[in-house]
Unconditional design. Sequence first.
Length: 378
Amino acid sequence: MNVNGRHYRTIWLKETDNTVVQIINQLALPHSFDIIDLRTVEDVRRAIKDMYVRGAGLIGATAAYGMYLAVLEAGEGSFTADLLRSAEILKNTRPTASNLAWAVDRMLVTLTDSADLPPAKKCEDARIEAQAIADEDADSCRRIGIHGVEIIKAIAARKKGETVNILTHCNAGWLAFVDYGSALSPVYAAHDAGLKVHVWVDETRPRNQGASLTAWELGQHGVPHDLIPDNAGGHLMQHGMVDMVITGADRVTRCGDAANKIGTYLKAAAAKENGVPFYVALPSSTFDFNMRDGLKEIPIEERDASEVRFVSGKTKSGALKTVQICPDSTSARNWGFDVTPARYITGLISERGICEASEQGILGLYPEQAAGQGCTHG
Ligand code: MRU
């Protein structure tokens, strides 16, 4: 997508030195647009863990490039052991998004095949595979837009061309992937097709990905939007001010339960109560076909309490500041994600199309997964 009129992806290899991975520093947005270099597996580990990059698809692509750097670092005589150690380091950075382990495992399969090849060929194979993972992520998101825009078109037609109001939570835009985004890809496609769309952007406490990232990228693309406090969505739905909700997902089980940023479940419950359609958009790499019951099985990351106790932002004079918002002695808890049960989800939008959030619906799009475990819950 474009930043100040120039096209960027969220991750790429440096043009003048393809042993350096470059990323947009998402910790600095929206106040400054910085690009930083990742040169080692340790750089990649820190970038994922400390959320310089975040969002399911981008975490996966970053880990894939991390495995490429792991090949550059691996010793001749200890190639496989070194690689497996790097894979573990990268997989242990964040637990909830399935794209991370998926990408690392896919790199391992390719690199196991290359283990006996000369070093230069191993590096080339790793670079090509990481690039393929990134390219596929971008292309899947582009296709999510093509499918999802049909839903927006249908609502626009029903509203006789009036603005379609879409609520989203967290950031599942192009910053969360390599390009386009999942939840926001249909929104961009609708806007680009000349449909009137407006986005309600949940601020998404505690890290405020909605305020700092979603609002920024929608603004860069010229999509009308308003930032709202996290607890406003229910009120807007009660008053007919939300036509649909689209969120992303960090992991979706074969039965359609979806883990996404904390607070998503409350939006889904409010949407169901108010008859507002609730869609979850995801590339195939976010499905976890080995899990059935999302509530019981999806690992939920718990992050540092300081993210709840402090907020950061720009003062009126333009300085960046972090301030404490609770008494000195107050403790806090900070779960990063929650699980929305499939029964709250109107449909899943993937690059293969739109399906019901149920095992039957999902297997309709992914028949090759039918041999796996069946669902034990509704
Ligand atoms: O903690 P984050 O920012 O990595 O969380 C991921 C998310 O941005 C959201 O949960 C998003 O909606 C799904 S990831 C495309």
